[in-house]
Ligand binder design. Structure first.
Ligand code: SAM
Length: 329
């Protein structure tokens, strides 16, 4: 959530919001005015969830499809149009007639479709632009709206709306998984595991895996991973799921192999430091001789970290704009 978005909301409607009671905030983020007392926040992305907790908000990763009735609602728009729309409808349905809904987002992000939706539903929408963001205020009217599905199915996988590779397996992850065949063994971890595609590929291709731990910051993706891997539950391979910010709260454990397609975006911005932090976590937790299998866009600058932290690394593939790298600790 950009700082400009929350500043814009504060500038447009902060004073009014401070006077309201029993609010709900979806895709929540700490707000620069006094409202922790009257808000229940939802935030599935672990780093922002932790910032909310630290700032004194009541926060859950998921408040359910049907929210308890609220006196007012705040929706912060993120990158996914579908998820923004879903959050708007959940918030709208939780309000009594006339209850105010406040929406804010970056002007080059998902705010415009929400503005249109609010106009269709409420007629009158107050709009307050500031910086590169826009804040809106509308009032609930009419009947409750039908909620679009929160999960999609693709290639036999359950995928949450708004998660990474919502439309089905990512081409870079497919390329990495095509290099697993019997190469992984022992205690494994999947860093930034998403909805479980790489873990599923690893379990299918490598019978010598004894356990695999999934670490993922997006609560909704991790819940879907539990569904996608349910066929392996109770089998010989131990599988565990960790809702975790890999860059700040990873607890080191001895691993023989790590697989990952690390994130390299925060919002719309490319942040290669995020991928480098994943490489550092992998290097710190692998046993001597342990192996890291990773994929990345071929232009991302990860080799310096690999050569500094690993005994040896090599490129297993360079295809379709992606590179598959194997590094030995
Ligand atoms: C490029 S996607 C790969 C997802 C999955 N492994 C796949 O191949 O389909 C990177 C994943 O890292 C997650 N992620 C982003 N920042 C994270 C963080 N700080 N800690 C843990 N996971 C994070 C994202 O939510 C996303 O699911």
């Amino acid at each position: 959530m950009s700082d400009e978005t929350v500043q814009c909301l504060a500038h447009g409607f902060g004073e009014e919001i401070e006077t309201l009671e029993r609010g709900v905030m979806l895709n929540g983020a700490p707000l620069p005015f006094d409202c922790t007392r009257q808000l229940n926040a939802e935030q599935p992305f672990r780093p922002v969830f932790m910032r909310l907790e630290k700032s004194g908000y009541r926060v859950e990763p998921d408040l359910g499809d049907t929210l308890p009735e609220a006196g007012f609602a705040i929706v912060l728009a993120g990158q996914s149009r579908d998820l923004n729309q879903r959050n708007f409808i959940r918030a709208w349905n939780a309000l009594p007639p006339g209850g105010p809904i406040f929406v804010a987002g970056a002007r080059n992000g998902g705010i415009n479709p929400l503005r249109k939706l609010a106009q269709q539903l409420a007629g009158e929408v107050e709009a307050k632009p500031k910086y590169h963001a826009l804040a809106l205020r509308a009032e609930r009217q009419g009947k409750a709206l039908a909620l679009p599905p929160g999960l999609e199915n693709s290639d036999g996988f359950t995928i949450p709306v708004g998660a990474f590779s919502q439309a089905g397996p990512d081409p870079a992850s497919r390329l990495l998984a095509s290099h697993f065949s019997d190469r992984l063994s022992g205690r494994c971890a999947d860093l930034g595991a998403g909805w479980g595609y790489l873990t599923e590929g690893a379990l299918k291709a490598c019978s010598a895996i004894t356990s695999i731990d999934l670490y993922e910051a997006d609560w909704r993706a991790l819940e879907a991973a539990k569904t996608n891997l349910s066929g392996y539950a109770g089998g010989a391979t131990g599988i565990s799921f960790h809702w975790c910010d890999v860059t700040t709260e990873f607890a080191r454990k001895p691993y023989d192999c790590i697989i990952m397609n690390p994130p390299f975006h925060a919002g719309r911005e490319a942040v290669p430091a995020l991928g480098r932090a994943f490489i550092e976590t992998a290097a710190a937790t692998l046993v001597p001789g342990g192996r890291l299998f990773m994929v990345a866009n071929r232009n991302l600058p990860y080799e310096e970290r690999l050569s500094a932290l690993f005994r040896h690394y090599e490129m297993l593939a360079d295809e379709g704009g992606f590179k598959v790298l194997l590094a030995i600790r």
